[in-house]
Design a protein around this ligand. Structure first.
Ligand SMILES: C[S@@+](CC[C@H](N)C(=O)[O-])C[C@H]1O[C@@H](n2cnc3c(N)ncnc32)[C@H](O)[C@@H]1O
Length: 289
């Protein structure tokens, strides 16, 4: 099911539009989760009967997709996103794999998410695992962590995870690509049609330390990905720093220039991105009620 039929008050239509344009490309071109991250997430659910996952900023459902495969007993997925097209993609990807697992798609900002009140005799499905994958920086950190504390099961884990982007990656080909984007869009990193990127307010660990989820373990997982020039162009269309809408009529020219640049760097071989996927696993401290 998807709820609500109308967005909750407070939904940012600008933010929704930013992600809506990219939803189809997103499903094709965004990398999934590294196997080691999936294993660590799976371990947090070990011994939990009928576990529930709450995925915030689910996008096209990368986290639920990985966990449906890795956790055969997963009983319920609650997937939240501001973008309805993203949720449509998530529904299409997840539905064939659900088996006995139930799925609720919630169209709202994670900051104001609240579960539906259960009907009489209906079981409450407090999440055992609350995940933010490449999404926490879009949200109000203290608000979403307080919300997670309100809704999650007593033994729950919060996971904040993600990797860098091809904008931040330090390789010859990504530096040249970034310079090309800057020639078209100006020196500052864009964040959608009307904004520019600002660094996170403070480290995520500091947000967690100040929240109910102060028992934190950090995992740094090295990842080597290979890209074809065509896949890089598809990926760029999904980003807030090089989405098609930022270039207007010059998008075709940009893609032609980017393709020529990437083909030259690739020389017929895959382009390599060596990065680190960081996973913060946070629990309430022992003894917290
Ligand atoms: C970079 S994508 C990550 C998607 C997915 N978790 C993944 O790893 O592929 C960020 C997602 O967060 C969603 N988003 C941004 N701000 C949000 C908010 N305040 N509440 C809920 N979703 C949000 C966007 O619509 C987008 O789908």
């Amino acid at each position: 099911m998807t709820y609500p039929d109308q967005p909750f008050p407070g939904l940012s239509s600008e933010k929704e539009a930013l992600f809506a344009a990219a939803a189809t490309d997103y499903a094709c071109y965004r990398p999934g989760l590294p196997a080691e991250a999936v294993r660590l997430l799976t371990d947090t659910l070990h011994g939990r009967p009928d576990p529930t996952l709450l995925d915030l900023g689910t996008g096209t459902g990368q986290v639920p997709l990985a966990l449906l495969d890795a956790v055969p007993g997963l009983a319920h997925i609650e997937a939240v996103d501001v973008s309805r097209p993203m949720l449509d993609q998530a529904r299409a990807a997840l539905t064939p794999l659900l088996g006995r697992c139930t799925l609720t798609l919630v169209h709202t900002m994670a900051d104001v998410y609240a579960p539906l009140t259960p009907l009489p005799n209906e079981e409450v499905r407090a999440p055992n695992l609350v995940t933010f994958c490449r999404s926490y920086h879009w949200m109000s950190g203290p608000d979403v962590l307080a919300m997670a504390d309100r809704v999650a099961a007593p033994d729950a884990t919060v996971a904040i995870m993600g990797d860098g982007s091809l904008w931040t990656h330090q390789a010859d080909w990504t530096r040249a690509l970034r310079e090309l984007i800057q020639r078209y869009l100006g020196p500052r990193r864009r964040a959608g049609a009307h904004g520019t990127y600002t660094e996170p307010r403070r480290p995520y660990e500091a947000d967690l330390a100040a929240s109910a989820w102060s028992d934190v373990t950090q995992h740094r997982i090295p990842v080597a990905r290979t890209w074809t020039p065509k896949d890089v162009l598809g990926y760029l269309r999904t980003t807030s720093f090089a989405g098609a809408e930022l270039f207007g009529e010059r998008h075709t020219a940009f893609e032609a220039d980017a393709r020529a640049l990437l083909d030259a760097y690739a020389g017929g071989h895959p382009l390599v991105e060596s990065t680190v996927f960081t996973l913060l696993l946070a629990r309430r401290p022992a003894g917290a009620s």
